[in-house]
Write a protein that binds this ligand. Structure first.
Ligand code: SF4
Length: 240
């Protein structure tokens, strides 16, 4: 079963979760806003109707709205319904959603076609870290875990990226409960000064979860090390 994103499709862009490490927002506000009208509203949520002319090939994995969070509470339901209606025309293509508000998936469970993967970013098991380091306005990691656990009958994935410090045994329990088909794990690509875990802890987690899900690793070098060595961060594929 493939897991590599083949193309991205952004019929809806923007996000109000305001994560401090969001590369998509930074890209929009620094460069994209000046060169394309698509981002004339900056990173405020917006729908782009011309994108619904887009067609997709069979046997590809399409990442939907990587330049925002399609399931944020600030996205109108009609926009999400429009996206779902469009992807239903391509039953042989797989569509990946990734959100920090998976509770909103519950509103649409009767409407999703089979060819979707419902993803959630959960960067840590430690809600307090979120407050302490002012990480994001998104629902807390424990709330995302509870929502993902409730979802049955769909392919699921978890992105632990950018990984923040965590309890490996709690994370292992969460992954067992959620039952994702696969997880991604990796450090912050852009060195935003996040509270990162030590490398050994990340490997401990991989060792624990590899028995009940597939693990795909991204950047496995902490920023502190890369900064010291002057290494160039590997490009991320997802802001969520
Ligand atoms: S990282 Fe994702 S959830 Fe956070 S602000 Fe950016 S698009 Fe929104």
């Amino acid at each position: 079963m493939f897991h590599k994103v083949t193309v991205t499709w952004n019929p809806v862009t923007g996000c109000m979760h305001n994560c401090r490490y969001c590369w998509a927002r930074k890209l929009v506000e620094s460069r994209l806003r000046k060169i394309t009208r698509k981002y004339k509203l900056g990173f405020l949520p917006n729908i782009h109707y011309y994108e619904f002319k887009r067609k997709f090939k069979a046997n590809t994995l399409v990442f939907v709205s990587d330049m925002g969070d399609l399931f944020g509470y600030f996205i109108p339901k009609e926009w999400i319904l429009r996206v779902i209606a469009h992807i239903k025309q391509f039953p042989r293509t797989t569509f990946l959603f990734l959100t920090k508000n998976p509770h909103r998936y519950l509103e649409f469970l009767d409407l999703f076609p089979e060819n979707v993967i419902l993803g959630a970013t959960i960067e840590t098991t430690d809600d307090k870290l979120y407050w302490k380091h002012d990480i994001s306005f998104a629902p807390l990691p424990s709330e995302r875990y509870k929502a993902m656990k409730e979802i049955n009958g769909f392919r699921k994935m978890i992105s632990i990226e950018p990984v923040l410090d965590f309890d490996p045994y709690v994370f292992d329990d969460w992954i067992r409960d959620i039952e994702p088909e696969f997880i991604y794990i990796g450090y912050d690509n852009y060195c935003n000064g996040l509270p990162e875990p030590p490398v050994m802890k990340v490997f401990e987690l991989i060792d624990l979860v590899k028995y009940h899900t597939r693990v795909y690793t991204k950047t496995l070098t902490p920023c502190s090390y890369r900064k010291n060595k002057g290494a160039i961060p590997v490009a991320a594929f997802s802001p969520n």
